[in-house]
Design a protein around this ligand. Structure first.
Ligand code: MG
Ligand code: MG
Length: 598
């Protein structure tokens, strides 16, 4: 199927938007009138630019407040339309979007609307233009797609059809089943947008919160299935008004947009993508740091041992149980501090996982980072984190550990089993993209987004997980792009006995994040504990949560650079991440930073 994107969905100048759309692989664009008005190029130049880029101009939009008005007003509207049709001829655009009227002059008279739209279509046909009539969810008299279709059907004009827009249909809770009543050839255009489920004024919802399909809460795929069943063969076109996308770079947004359409097409059975290869575990987490010492002390206190070193680079492998942490001192400029730079994902078929990622427009990284390295399939996530698809200890496939030489020290067994989850902080404009990336590219399941109160702003967090929980990644974004706390990342280590692990850590010289006594007083009010249990938690700063499935106990180390560790004990199938405790943890981290001046 052909794919298209409205220029209003992207940031920047019209020419920049066209370049970004073409580079992301779109077949066409909807030219938004304001973009054209602000562009120094002539319509002929824009047409030539699109042709050079291989982009078709699928739609010119919008034309507003046309129909069901007094005759004198309609005459003025036709005059306006004549100018626009001439402009479209110069542009080489053959379909115009007419939105249902919001004018106070418009009357509630379907017959008049049909008659005037028919006269508009007469004029359009003379210029070789088709009119696609769309019901705005906040239209004055026409606000549902079935109503718009009844008017188009009444008009019965070959140059008049309808435009369906998933936002307008689904935001009003209309049933898309009725789309089956519209002949496919009368659906002149299909615009797609998703949105988070919010209870708010529909106009504000539409103008500020639309997002790409798969990033919100609407069943966009269900609607697309209905439309395709009519025989509609026009493009799938994205029309997204979003405050974040308006500010973010057009290039990555266009890639995000097209990835959303690829995933959508796959969902409705129209995109032959390589099947997802769901990761089965975390092979390693790689920390990049300008100074290995603080991390070595922290890992040592946590019970890790340095089992191997890279043959060609300053990278050390620290192990305990199935938890593996790489400490890389080779690539971090000092100002960047310590950060989580790469994740190794255990993959049943690393090459197939990389093929899927590439088909979904993920940047593929060189298979060998250096000539002597073992070949490894890797891609970059939207936040720049490198994702390696690994086969650890499987003789038939290259093992990333082949590049390492043992130190002779065996992996420790000091109570840590493996990596429970990784928390990656996303740049503020990549949050929705990141969730879609991890879902579409890696085949992980995205959980509901939750808001977490930080003392200095609101954070949003969304976890993506494999079905069995062997891979859990918490994606987090803060309100303040420059706040260090929102840029903190962490590695959560799984233990069967968090108290013992915390005690061992402390005895080895580690210091845990102190948690205020008020938190434990509140815990005592909310839950019942055995004698002495709560005092132990208070002593170590162990936080506690419970859901329908089980119990979660967790505590935190101090932060090194942008990274800290969490010790977690998950019992009875607890599924969350202690989100209820996150505000306390964030406040405690702010306090600790203020005390240490770090
Ligand atoms: Mg629309
Ligand atoms: Mg955590």
């Amino acid at each position: 199927m052909r794919t298209s994107i409205a220029t209003v969905s992207l940031s920047g100048s019209l020419t920049g938007k066209l370049d970004a759309a073409a580079r992301a692989g779109f077949d066409g664009v909807e030219i938004f009138e304001n973009d054209l008005l602000a562009c120094p190029l002539t319509p002929e130049d824009i047409r030539a630019r699109c042709a050079d880029l291989g982009l078709r101009i699928d739609l010119y939009q919008p034309m507003r407040d046309i129909e069901a008005v007094p005759e004198a007003e309609f005459a003025r509207n036709l005059r306006r339309a004549r100018h626009k049709f001439e402009l479209m001829r110069r542009l080489g655009a053959d379909t115009v979007l007419v939105c249902s009227s919001v004018s106070p002059q418009a009357v509630d008279d379907d017959a008049l609307a049909a008659e005037q739209l028919s006269r508009l279509a007469d004029l359009a046909a003379e210029s070789g233009v088709r009119v696609a009539y769309e019901a705005l969810a906040w239209g004055r008299h026409v606000s549902t797609y079935d109503h718009a279709w009844r008017i188009v059907e009444t008009a019965g004009h070959p140059a008049l059809g309808t435009c369906l827009d998933s936002f307008h249909i689904l935001s009003r809770g209309s049933d898309p089943q009725g789309i089956a009543d519209i002949p496919g050839e009368k659906i002149f255009f299909l615009q797609l947008a998703d949105a988070p489920l919010l209870a708010m004024d529909v106009l504000q919802w539409s103008r500020h919160y639309r997002c790409f399909p798969g990033q919100g809460g609407f069943d966009v795929a269900g609607l697309v299935r209905q439309v395709l069943a009519t025989g509609y063969d026009g493009p799938l076109s994205l029309e997204v008004f979003n405050d974040v996308f308006r500010q973010a770079d057009a290039g990555p947004t266009a890639v995000d947009a097209r990835r959303s359409l690829l995933v959508l097409q796959e969902t409705v059975g129209r995109a032959p993508l390589p099947d997802p290869v769901v990761p089965t575990g975390v092979a390693f987490a790689e920390l990049v740091t300008p100074d290995a010492e603080p991390l070595a002390a922290l890992l040592g206190a946590l019970g890790f041992t340095r089992t191997a070193r890279h043959r060609g680079k300053p990278v050390a492998l620290w192990e305990q149980g199935d938890a593996r942490v790489l400490v890389n001192t080779g690539t971090a400029p000092r100002r960047d501090g310590t950060r989580l730079a790469a994740i190794g994902l255990e993959s049943p078929d690393p090459a197939a996982a990389a093929r899927r990622a590439e088909a979904l427009l993920a940047p593929v990284l060189p298979r060998r980072r250096a000539p002597q390295d073992a070949p490894l399939d890797a891609v970059a996530a939207p936040d720049g984190t490198e994702l390696f698809f690994c086969a650890t200890g499987r003789p038939e496939l290259p093992d990333w550990r082949a590049d390492f030489e043992n130190t002779g020290v065996p992996p420790a067994q000091a109570g840590i089993r493996g990596i429970d989850h990784l928390a990656l902080t996303q740049p503020w404009h990549h949050f929705d993209e990141a969730a879609l990336f991890h879902r579409g590219v890696l085949g992980l399941h995205a959980q509901e987004s939750v808001d977490v109160a930080d003392p200095y702003g609101l954070m949003r967090s969304r976890a993506v997980t494999s079905p069995d929980g062997s891979v859990r990644i918490a994606l987090t974004v803060g309100a303040a792009p420059t706040d260090d706390t929102v840029h903190a990342q962490h590695i959560a280590l799984a233990t069967d006995d968090v108290v013992a692990a915390a005690r061992r850590f402390r005895e080895a010289g580690g210091s845990l994040l102190p948690v205020p006594a008020n938190y434990f007083d509140d815990l005592a009010a909310r839950f019942e504990f055995a004698d002495g249990e709560l005092e132990t938690y208070r002593d170590f700063g162990i936080l506690y949560d419970r859901d329908d499935h089980g119990v979660f106990r967790h505590c935190y180390t101090r932060t090194v650079g942008r990274v800290f560790f969490e010790l977690v004990q998950r019992d009875g199938g607890y599924r969350g991440y202690g989100a209820a405790n996150a505000p306390v943890r964030l406040a405690a981290q702010h306090t600790a930073r203020a005390l240490t001046g770090g």
